[in-house]
Design a protein around this ligand. Structure first.
Ligand code: GCU
Length: 455
């Protein structure tokens, strides 16, 4: 060590020690989320919430469970085909006129929250149009901005952003797969990409190129332009705009419902664009956006097909399963904003088994439309619970059958990489980690039975 480096070392040492001694405190946004969640707990008279599973430390007392023998403390799911009054649903007519409405109401009130009646109108603008190449396919890409009318509360501005690309040589409107993403390019970190240090995806066509190879288009909706992905943002975005900057009521919508609402507004625009066949728009999303995908598909019957990737707890995984992520994790300050305030009850005074509906009924809300459920291997994607996702597909089966469609054909959890795609509710566990990548070809095979380029 030279004299000068020694001096530098001595000068910097105290700073380094200090940095180690002071754990970084919560950020202002985290504090705001904590305060907002506490307000909701007070409103619901909830004294405390149970701790979630620890997904990082297998030695922790609350380590996430990955042992199937402990995974089913509540093996009986609510029957999707029994009315609240105990009567059996015996016809498609009863499903549509009575039971589906009951299920929607329960998801609205207890799980994802209600879309308010007075959400302002959205005015779509094509901000730019350009001709470009994706691989060797010429495409036309439009950047769209959905301006939400904020005259009721000008303090909050919501300009939703969507990017839409369709094959330039298409004769008429084409099917489009709409993906949920986080931030518009160049505006910060998004979620859903491969985790740091993950092995590189094998070289090959991107999902957009795979979709183009079918003659379809692709689109991306940027959720952060609809509703922020944190509790602090609940007084902003579309939720904050409608609430005029005030905190939510217990059955108000959470971020998942808000993102799904945004996808429905994008579909409104697609209905006006001749480049799109709006009757053949599919949805795809991974992880938190896998949750948004199944919610959007369940609530808006105009969407034709969905690829629900690694949606896990709060998505297609059944809440009653003890595997990986739990209801309690979703109730934590970094995730509670996805859901209705009422959902907190099930991580405190009530338990998973008290939920009046479970995720198989969310999948059932998608029926008779085709849904593909996906997850990766336990080693790499165990947190999302592939089997709990499969069970939601199984549980939705009776509703698909009642509506004249096919269930998955088995209630036996299949070997990894077995595609169950002969029915209208489909499943495959791929052998990769937390990624949608490996299941794109299977999804496209499944989806192409339903959506087709007409010209
Ligand atoms: C966390 C969270 C999951 C979520 C995921 C993601 O792991 O626990 O529920 O799906 O983040 O969106 O990346």
């Amino acid at each position: 060590m030279t004299r000068s480096t020694r001096w530098l070392y001595l000068l910097l040492l105290p700073l380094a020690v200090q940095a180690f001694q002071q754990p970084a405190g919560p950020s202002p946004a985290q504090l705001a989320a904590q305060a907002d969640r506490q307000k909701m707990m007070d409103l619901l008279h909830i004294a405390s919430l149970r701790q979630g599973a620890n997904g990082n430390d297998p030695q922790a007392p609350n380590a996430a469970n990955y042992d199937e023998s402990k995974a089913n403390p509540f093996p009986n799911l609510p029957d999707p085909l029994v009315l609240n009054n105990g009567k059996k649903v015996t016809s498609a007519k009863m499903w549509w006129s009575q039971r589906r409405q009951e299920i929607v109401e329960l998801f609205d009130r207890e799980i994802y929250g209600r879309v308010p009646k007075n959400v302002p109108k959205v005015k779509w603008e094509v901000a730019s149009t350009k001709n470009e190449m994706n691989g060797d396919v010429p495409v036309i890409t439009k950047e769209l901005v959905g301006h939400v009318d904020n005259t009721s509360y000008p303090e909050v501005t919501v300009d939703m952003r969507v990017s839409l690309s369709t094959p330039a040589n298409a004769k008429g409107g084409v099917p489009v797969i709409l993906e949920f993403g986080g931030n518009p390019p160049g505006t910060g970190r998004g979620f859903g990409g491969p985790p740091k240090g993950a092995p590189k995806q094998p070289a090959g066509p991107t999902w957009q190129q795979q979709v183009l190879a079918q003659g379809w288009g692709y689109a991306e909706i940027y959720t952060s332009t609809i509703q922020a992905d944190n509790g602090a943002g609940l007084v902003q975005g579309i939720i904050g705009l409608v609430n005029k900057g005030q905190p939510r009521q217990p059955d108000d919508w959470g971020a998942l419902r808000a993102w799904a609402w945004g996808a429905s507004r994008a579909l409104d625009y697609f209905e006006t664009d001749k480049a799109v066949d709006a009757k053949q728009v599919g949805l795809e999303g991974h992880s938190r956006y896998g949750k948004a995908t199944v919610v959007a598909m369940a609530y808006d019957q105009r969407f034709a097909v969905a690829y629900v990737s690694s949606s896990g707890e709060g998505g297609a995984k059944v809440h009653r399963r003890n595997w990986g992520e739990l209801v309690e994790n979703i109730a934590a300050t970094n995730e509670y904003h996805w859901m209705a305030g009422n959902f907190l009850k099930y991580a405190g005074p009530l338990h998973w088994n008290d939920l009046p509906v479970d995720s198989h009924e969310l999948v059932a809300m998608c029926a008779p439309r085709p849904v593909f459920l996906s997850a990766g291997a336990t080693n790499g994607d165990g947190w999302v619970d592939a089997k709990g996702t499969f069970l939601a597909g199984v549980g939705a089966g009776p509703v698909y059958k009642l509506l004249g469609k096919k269930d998955m054909g088995t209630s036996e959890f299949p070997a990894i990489e077995t595609p169950l795609i002969d029915g209208d509710v489909a499943f495959r566990q791929h052998s990769g980690g937390h990624t949608p990548g490996p299941n794109w070809p299977t999804f496209i095979t499944f989806a192409s039975r339903y959506i087709k380029t007409r010209s």
